[in-house]
Ligand binder design. Structure first.
Ligand code: PRP
Ligand code: URA
Length: 210
């Protein structure tokens, strides 16, 4: 059974305040998305299994711990999820990256798939699905359903920087097995299904398209 983790670390909260500010420019916004993603990745990987191995330091033999268990994969939901990948790969360079292209239909707010490319052994990996925003939950739920049904993934963690209560409820209902890590749970969705207060359109703010 998955659970919801709200990451209230002071550094994450401070950086998130800068993201929310409408006066924050593209360069700083993109950098801070990366910094928050690294801090969230640190928390979301806290329970990965490790094993003991023997090495020699320049001074003496030593028994040390290294990552064990499943290999990892990061799956950003395009576009905005791309902003979270580089800083995570810096922390876990052996992780493979799969991409899922989804956009929200502006009228219905339903997710529309336009691209998908996964590593061949994705079903055996611990998958981190990443996207800055969990609004209606439609995109993330569709991405996770695709990973489960088409690729056979069974170990999925979802990381979103800001979530709405509605989006969290959708993930809990559709995918109760998935652990969800967020930096904030905001108040609600507005009539355009944007998160309030949120930070606006994450993709546009990362890539400067508005
Ligand atoms: C945004 C965001 C999520 C989705 C969240 O992407 O990055 O993928 O909306 O909304 P939902 O929870 O209601 O599905 P968008 O569709 O704007 O595409 P973009 O990243 O290409 O800008
Ligand atoms: N997508 C975004 O980028 N922001 C929102 O508030 C909702 C969906």
């Amino acid at each position: 059974m998955g659970s919801l983790h709200v990451l209230e670390h002071p550094l994450i909260q401070h950086k998130l305040s800068i993201l929310r500010d409408k006066n924050t420019g593209v360069k700083e916004f993109r950098e801070i998305v990366g910094e928050i993603s690294a801090l969230m990745c640190y928390e979301a990987t806290r329970n990965l299994p490790t094993k003991e191995v023997e090495i020699e330091t320049p001074v003496a033999p030593a028994t040390v711990r290294v990552l064990a268990g499943k290999k990892l994969a990061i799956v950003p939901i395009l576009r905005a999820g791309l902003g979270m990948v580089d800083s995570m790969i810096n922390l876990i360079p052996s992780a493979k990256v799969g991409h899922i292209g989804l956009y929200r239909d502006p009228e219905t707010h339903e997710p529309v798939e336009y691209y998908c490319k996964m590593p061949p052994d994705i079903s055996e990996r611990q998958v981190f699905v990443v996207d800055p925003m969990l609004a209606t939950g439609g995109s993330a739920s569709a991405a996770i359903t695709l990973l489960k049904e088409k690729y056979g993934c069974r170990h999925i963690i979802l990381m979103d920087i800001i979530a709405s209560p509605e989006g969290i409820a959708v993930i809990r209902k559709d995918h109760p097995d998935v652990d969800l890590f967020v930096a904030a749970v905001d108040e609600k969705l507005n009539e355009h299904a944007y998160i309030v207060p949120g930070l606006g359109d994450a993709g546009d703010r990362i890539f400067g398209t508005k």
